[in-house]
Design a protein around this ligand. Sequence first.
Ligand code: AMP
Length: 281
Amino acid sequence: MNRIGTVSGMAAAADAARRRGLRIGLVPTMGALHAGHLSLVRESVSRCDITVVSIFVNPVQFGPDEDFANYPRDLDRDCAMCGEAGVDMVFCPSSAEMYAPDRSVGVVEQTLSAGLCGASRPGHFSGVCTVVAKLFNIVQPDVAVFGRKDAQQLAVIRRMVRDLNFRLEVVGAPIVREADGLAMSSRNVYLSESERGQALGLSRALALASSLVREGVRDAGHLRLAVGDFLCREYPGVAVEYIALTDAETLAPLETVGPGALLALAARVGRTRLIDNVTLP
Ligand code: AMP
């Protein structure tokens, strides 16, 4: 496996693969890899000849009060995991390699980024779009794989690819969970043992909503109230930021559950911000 730290090195390696007629898959990550990331790698490996994993804690997608400095980093471990998973190249540039000090151009998505996580994280999705657009230009992949764990991010990236005519296929991969249901996240390492117990509330609440929908509940207000009440009662350590029923593609709020309805949840447990979502039955 090839570990590449420069933009020119990455571009040259991707160009060489393309000249050989190989199909390139890209899995963008911020590292601190876990089984969720590896499932995206498997998706890419199954669809492509060459899989590139980018590992870059992107400074421009973090707000001033967010966890950029503390974000878990372990590049050697990540590279070992990538090697075992069949990754061909890890692209791990420095911030200075990715961003000129006087950079003045970025990508802004105006609509889908406004609500949900965007409401409390201004600038986050333009930071994401900017770095992902740069990665697409550097690697020029045929396929890029993103997790449905970050459902809003996936919708925003799909919109960017459509609106800016990036010539690649975006694949959304299912959420990978711990055995007890907690959605895997690099940020789970921040949780103390008792917070870890409270964090389970998110997936439990979404499971409750799914079972209500299976029993015939369709009304968004009813579902949101049920989820909120459940968390308040059973998981008082979960401070809900939003509970939203939206269309998975447009992120438009829905009044009733229909095809493609997504129930998304963001909450703080202690100082850790967690998100989770479910596509309703
Ligand atoms: P991150 O390193 O957190 O920026 O995530 C990199 C990619 O992995 C994103 O496309 C995420 O949606 C995806 N991802 C993170 N956690 C999971 C998970 N538990 N299941 C599936 N995909 C995930």
